[in-house]
Design a protein around this ligand. Structure first.
Ligand code: ADP
Length: 395
């Protein structure tokens, strides 16, 4: 079966068409500037040329129509007709506490996605728009919602509850949910496969522009660093990660910021960008640090230190660790960051092999043969995970 995977944002829509017979990618692309003007980038993987042009996208519906037109066209297509697409899998940010797994889209599922609008105010409305657009353009094709939060649903109450008055959890569903769940699920499952034994304890470091660390046993989440929102946990490209909540009052009072202004600083101007003043991009920071920029060096050191602390605390939460994994842009590509994070973790049985650690962007063991913890680079593939869930639900 061929499955279309959709990740709809408020003004963009990413897609991949995957042939689940061999899990191969048939085509991928991006619709941008939806509701503004519109631009389509379509990349067939069968040797046909790529297509990139301005295409008017008043709404997500026209974007999906254009995607289907390209997927089935003689010049740029990869399938003969739309009927070859057996199902659509949608990335949905927030499923609240209701979804422990992915689900077929029906009225109840749509209502639940809407109910989570307050918890995912930027993403959930856009994700639902993507679902609605596919329903309009591909009536009768089953749709599946895959939630970024469902991975975190196996956490025990002691891991997800905040030490706040309990009524905020009871009345307002305020708890740790965790994000990057589909990625953590994909990588942890692969780590368990590689370990090949029941009860495998995995710590996965998803380090990209957004970063999070998760702890799992047999692929089931025990704890994860992002919280009610993706702002929590380790510092990121532009997000602060964890910081003393009372600090906000200090800054807001002194500089007269509103709540929205303060959140904008925490989300867009903090993290390694905030510390370095140079960039949110780790390649820029590496270059600046190499040229002697001390704040870029501090930002990289802070990032590595906080990720290392999460690894230590999750080793404690899991009662030990069997596999440590690195994934996403920084995790898959930056040998220096992986080395810096693992420095001093020998006491946990983590020993990186400098030669193996040179790997970039492909699956590889990077620990020494005598390391008691197996350390791997495992490239993430959220789209494939979404397609796998979709296939299993429609079959
Ligand atoms: P997103 O969270 O947006 O999906 P990615 O997972 O694509 O992000 O990661 C983007 C980050 O990966 C950027 O900060 C980029 O600098 C970093 N990155 C990519 N390649 C390298 C590299 N070779 N060395 C260091 N960082 C890298």
């Amino acid at each position: 079966m061929k499955i279309l995977v959709i990740n709809a944002g408020s003004s963009s829509l990413k897609y991949q068409l995957i042939d689940m017979d061999d899990e191969s990618l048939l085509a991928k692309g991006l619709c941008e500037r939806i509701g503004i003007d519109g631009r389509l980038t379509h990349k067939p993987q069968n040797g046909k040329p790529a297509y990139e042009a301005d295409v008017p996208f008043p709404t997500h519906k026209e974007a999906i129509e254009a995607v289907l037109e390209k997927l089935t066209s003689a010049e740029y297509g990869v399938v003969d007709s739309m009927s070859e697409i057996g199902a659509v899998g949608h990335r949905v940010l927030h499923g609240g506490s209701e979804f422990t797994e992915s689900c077929l889209v029906d009225d109840a599922c749509e209502a639940a996605i809407k109910k989570c609008f307050p918890l995912g105010p930027l993403h959930n409305p856009a994700n639902l728009m993507g679902i609605k657009a596919c329903q309009a353009v591909m009536p009768g094709t089953p749709q599946v919602a895959v939630f970024d939060t469902s991975f975190g649903m196996s956490m025990a109450p002691k891991a997800y509850i905040y030490a706040l008055p309990y009524e905020y959890y009871e009345n307002d569903s305020l708890r740790r949910y965790g994000f990057h769940g589909t990625s953590h699920r994909f990588v942890s499952a692969r780590a368990c496969e590689l370990a090949g034994k029941p009860g495998t304890r995995v710590i996965n470091c998803h380090l990209g522009n957004g970063s999070s660390v998760s702890a799992s046993i047999d692929g089931k989440c025990v704890d994860t660093s992002m919280g009610l929102t993706p702002l929590a946990g380790v510092p990121m490209g532009t997000r602060s990660g964890d910081c003393d909540p009372a600090l906000l009052q200090f800054i807001m009072n002194k500089y007269g910021f509103s709540v929205d202004e303060m959140l904008n600083i925490l989300n867009k101007k903090s993290g390694v960008l905030g510390i370095s003043g140079v960039s949110s991009d780790f390649r820029d920071l590496d270059n600046a640090a190499a040229e002697g920029n001390e704040r870029a060096r501090l930002a990289l050191d802070k990032f590595a230190y906080e990720v290392r602390k999460y690894i230590g605390s999750y080793a404690a939460a899991l009662g030990g660790v069997d596999v440590l994994t690195f994934t996403a842009g920084v995790g898959e590509n930056s040998a220096s960051m992986r080395a810096s994070i693992c420095e001093g973790l020998e006491f946990l049985g983590i020993k990186l092999c400098p030669e193996r650690n040179k790997v970039r962007g492909k699956e590889a063991l990077i620990s020494t043969d005598d390391s008691s913890v197996a350390v791997y680079v495992i490239p993430t593939n959220e789209e494939l995970m979404i397609a796998r869930d979709t296939l299993s639900l429609v079959q």
